[in-house]
Design a protein around this ligand. Structure first.
Ligand SMILES: Nc1nc2c(ncn2[C@@H]2O[C@H](COP(=O)(O)OP(=O)(O)OP(=O)(O)O)[C@@H](O)[C@H]2O)c(=O)[nH]1
Ligand SMILES: [Mg+2]
Length: 283
């Protein structure tokens, strides 16, 4: 797993420039991390560009993650960031919790404005995060009932789109998010398993092997409910068991290992193996 993967597409710097320009327009950055792999969700380039802004971290997809681990990660991240929220973006309370947290972070700005004799201005925020982490889901929630609130605010260059979430909170439309840089195969595997990078970056055999080794050591009972596999052994044995239970047979009449592997990976992604966090917090 120590092998380096070098990957720096040409459009990376253009996307980063766009983010950099937009960061200047906001008071608060809302950065989304997937609760199943919080540190793999950190994009170092985005971290640098947003380092001197107030930052609210949202751990997303907590309904798919291991609650114990999510709690530990949230505590840990609170040491580094201004605020941390854990949200299931499919639930209704997401936007209420988020609005409250953003307003809380903007209060310093209001105090400064009032000290200058100004009327407090709405807090401007922007959502960033790696692919598939839930940015659009959150934006849609915040914009709900406000379709007409999407507006072109004059006074800003290039007519950025602002969504009026409420009278205190304006959201800038999400910039193009630069692709991830991942240093090693472990991180690449995490990102592939949470759907943040194209799956074909790592072959299914490697992803399957990685997932099964991890489940064996951290969630030894995770294949019992779904496949009636009480003990996770080596990859081929497990895949044969899955193929048998699901009657996946290839044209030669043998167990179809490839389809069993694809099924395992898909069912993991869909959360069907239970609540699993790929990165365990180690204190
Ligand atoms: N179970 C679960 N699924 C979620 C949650 N948030 C988002 N999703 C799902 O995750 C997928 C990706 O969500 P999006 O909101 O499109 O993510 P995004 O960050 O906008 O993705 P890109 O635009 O590709 O970068 C969708 O299928 C969502 O329904 C969550 O909290 N829980
Ligand atoms: Mg999106």
């Amino acid at each position: 797993m120590g092998q380096q993967i070098h990957w720096f597409p040409g459009h990376m710097s253009k996307a980063l420039n766009e983010v950099e320009n937009k960061v200047k327009l906001v008071d608060v950055i809302i950065e989304l991390f997937d609760a199943r792999a919080p540190t793999s969700s950190i994009n170092e380039n985005l971290e640098k560009l947003t380092a001197n802004k107030k930052k609210l971290i949202v751990l997303t997809k907590i309904d798919l993650a291991d609650l114990e681990q999510t709690k530990k990660w949230a505590e840990k991240l609170k040491e580094k960031y201004d605020q941390v929220l854990c949200l299931d973006l499919k639930k209704n309370n997401a936007e209420i919790l988020l609005s409250k947290a953003v307003v809380e972070l903007g209060k310093d700005k209001w105090a400064k404005e009032m000290a200058k004799g100004m009327k407090p201005q709405p807090i401007r925020a922007m959502i960033i995060g790696i692919p598939n982490v839930g940015k659009s889901s959150l934006i849609n929630r915040l914009a709900k009932r406000k379709a007409a609130g999407v507006q072109n605010k004059p006074g800003y260059t290039r007519g950025e789109q602002w969504i009026k979430v409420n009278k205190d909170f304006l959201l800038l439309d999400a910039p193009g998010i630069p692709p991830m840089r991942y240093e090693n195969k472990e991180k690449a595997a995490h990102l592939a398993l949470i759907g943040a990078i194209r799956e074909d970056i790592l072959p299914n055999e490697q992803l399957g092997e990685f997932l099964l080794e991890f489940l064996k050591s951290h969630y030894p009972n995770s294949l019992e409910n779904r496949y009636d596999i009480k003990q996770i052994s080596d990859r081929l044995t497990v895949l044969n068991q899955i193929a048998e239970r699901r009657k996946l047979v290839n044209s030669n009449g043998a167990n179809d290992i490839e389809r069993a592997e694809a099924l395992l990976l898909k069912e993991f992604k869909d959360g069907l193996l239970g609540n699993i966090t790929l990165e365990w917090y180690e204190s």
